[in-house]
Design a protein around this ligand. Structure first.
Ligand SMILES: NC(=O)c1ccc[n+]([C@@H]2O[C@H](COP(=O)([O-])OP(=O)(O)OC[C@H]3O[C@@H](n4cnc5c(N)ncnc54)[C@H](O)[C@@H]3O)[C@@H](O)[C@H]2O)c1
Length: 322
């Protein structure tokens, strides 16, 4: 049976520890902070606790490691874990530079290990529904996708809106279109903290001709968590702020009447709301990690898709600074 060790028990790591405990595979806990460690060691008495990542990697009953530590540590810890022969689930973003993630992907492939980035939204049943609608052809050809992730949020001092908010939408857009963008442009401003952009607009163009946009901001009157997909036949919106209408499908499209000399008309038909399961996305993400370890699914694609996100993030970051 797989034993999972969770490293990093700050804000997010405890959610991962809870899910792996519920799945019956949590074997170790690791945090350099003694207080965080003792809180969770008391909550999960059957798991061993350590402040040393090396001790975690040396444990025989750890086949897989979850890295939920601060972003700048991801690459180094994930690399150590892969080198120790452990499968890795690393929180988003899995690395800060394309060169680093390419090295992790190569290492995982060489050792046939799972390297899964923690892109939570990819396991959201609403996002899965978008993917199903696109892949089944129900929307017709997809023309463009855009994400809105805005809020009058906490003023960040170390991570800009692109890295903190954009990584979510970028992972979804690349998952939905399954293409590597050939153009990545970002514009933004650091209104509150010098060098930390709180408002960012991004434009992506793909080899197929599809385009995408992301509006990422902590300076906004609306709290928005939305992805819109525009197809030739139908349009669909995933709205994570909605409780019951997570996904709405609009039968709205342009079309040409045969007798109108090629003029465009618009068609507005039914609006439908498919039922979306309420399963916790993080639980689905953890289950997917265990499935990949068990040999189900395409572990190489999962790792490579993670690298695609880091590559696009890096290109957007260069554009933002330019
Ligand atoms: N998927 C999501 O929706 C989501 C949400 C929040 C955070 N995150 C991600 O989770 C990660 C952690 O974020 P957070 O907000 O929990 O940070 P945090 O600062 O609250 O917690 C990080 C923890 O890691 C510990 N740590 C640092 N270095 C360590 C090491 N070398 N070994 C062991 N423990 C170490 C710290 O002591 C701390 O307890 C980040 O990558 C973040 O992007 C993901």
């Amino acid at each position: 049976m797989t034993g999972v060790g969770v490293a990093g028990l700050g804000y997010w790591g405890p959610n991962l520890a809870r899910n792996f405990a519920e799945l019956g595979v949590l074997s170790w806990l690791c945090d350099v902070d003694g207080e965080h460690r003792s809180t969770f060691a008391a909550r999960y008495p059957t798991a061993q606790a350590t402040g040393s990542f090396e001790e975690l990697l040396a444990a025989d009953d750890v086949q897989a490691v979850v890295v939920a530590t601060p972003v700048p540590t991801h690459y180094e810890l994930a690399k150590q874990a892969l080198e120790a022969g452990k499968h890795v689930l690393v929180e988003k973003p899995p690395a800060m530079r394309a060169e680093e993630i390419d090295e992790l992907v190569a290492l995982a492939a060489e050792r046939d290990l799972v390297l899964m980035p923690g892109h939570l939204l990819l396991y959201h049943p609403g996002v899965r529904k978008l993917k199903e609608l696109i892949d089944s052809g129900a929307l017709g050809d997809v023309l463009c996708v855009y994400g809105n992730r805005q809020n009058l949020g906490i003023v960040r001092t170390n991570e800009n809106a692109l890295w903190s908010l954009g990584v979510h939408d970028l992972s979804v857009i690349l998952y939905l279109l399954d293409e590597e963008p050939d153009v990545c442009i970002a514009h933004g401003r650091d209104f509150l903290t010098a060098g930390v952009e709180d408002v960012v607009f991004c434009y992506l163009r793909f080899p197929s001709g599809k385009i995408a946009h992301m509006h990422l901001s902590w300076l906004d009157p609306h709290k928005m968590r939305k992805i819109t997909v525009v197809g030739r036949e139908k349009m669909v919106v995933f709205d994570d702020m909605e409780l019951e209408r997570k996904v709405t499908v609009y039968e709205k499209a342009p079309w040409k009447r045969a007798d109108s000399y090629g003029e465009w008309q618009t068609r507005s038909g039914d609006i439908s709301i498919p039922k979306i399961p309420t399963d916790e996305p993080l639980k689905l993400e953890c289950q997917e990690f265990l499935r990949l370890i068990a040999g189900d699914g395409d572990r190489r694609k999962v790792a490579e898709d993670g690298a695609r996100v880091v590559r696009a993030l890096e290109r957007l970051t260069v554009s933002l600074g330019g």
